[in-house]
Design a protein around this ligand. Structure first.
Ligand SMILES: [Fe+2]
Ligand SMILES: [Fe+2]
Length: 169
């Protein structure tokens, strides 16, 4: 954790550490969403993306190794806030309605991840000797973009079919 930033490289390291916290928090969030959903067609893609997210964590840890820097533990307040908001909203909502909230938080999280990776990749591309780092970050970005496409498609489907599910069935 930095007290003060003195170089652009330190800012990059901070943002990379924050992305690592983001992915670690998302493993837990996806696990919780997977347990809350009422639809199998939502549970499966959440489980698949949780596995991918574990790989995203490993890829970022590998980036620190490639940069020959200690793993930074900068926090990620955005995913923490999203996770807290979704927990409160799911608790408050009728038992038949969690899926629309689950897909909303999944989609919002992927949008944030995409923005984080686009910035990190632009920085890595401009940094000498960081080609392998940029490649790993691009792998994460591609899977997060795909997860967003799936969340969008599922949202469209349940909005067309009817959001509520008989939770007592
Ligand atoms: Fe990710
Ligand atoms: Fe993701």
């Amino acid at each position: 954790m930095f007290e003060r930033f003195n170089t652009p490289e330190e800012i990059f390291t901070y943002k990379l550490g924050s992305a690592l916290s983001m992915e670690r928090q998302l493993v837990d969030l996806l696990d919780r969403l997977e347990k809350c959903t009422l639809r199998e067609e939502i549970r499966h893609p959440l489980a698949v993306h949780r596995e991918e997210t574990l790989q995203h964590v490993a890829n970022i840890e590998h980036c620190f190794k490639l940069l020959d820097e200690p793993v930074d533990d900068s926090p990620c307040g955005v995913i923490e806030a999203l996770a807290n908001e979704s927990k409160t909203m799911i608790k408050k909502s009728d038992d038949s309605l969690p899926d629309v909230l689950i897909l909303a938080v999944a989609s919002e999280a992927e949008h944030y991840e995409i923005a984080v990776y686009e910035t990190l990749i632009a920085n890595a591309d401009a940094r000498r000797g960081a080609t392998a780092v940029a490649k790993l970050l691009r792998e994460n970005l591609a899977q997060d973009k795909h997860a967003l496409t799936i969340a969008r498609t599922l949202m469209k489907t349940i909005l067309e079919q009817g959001i509520a599910v008989d939770a007592s069935a």
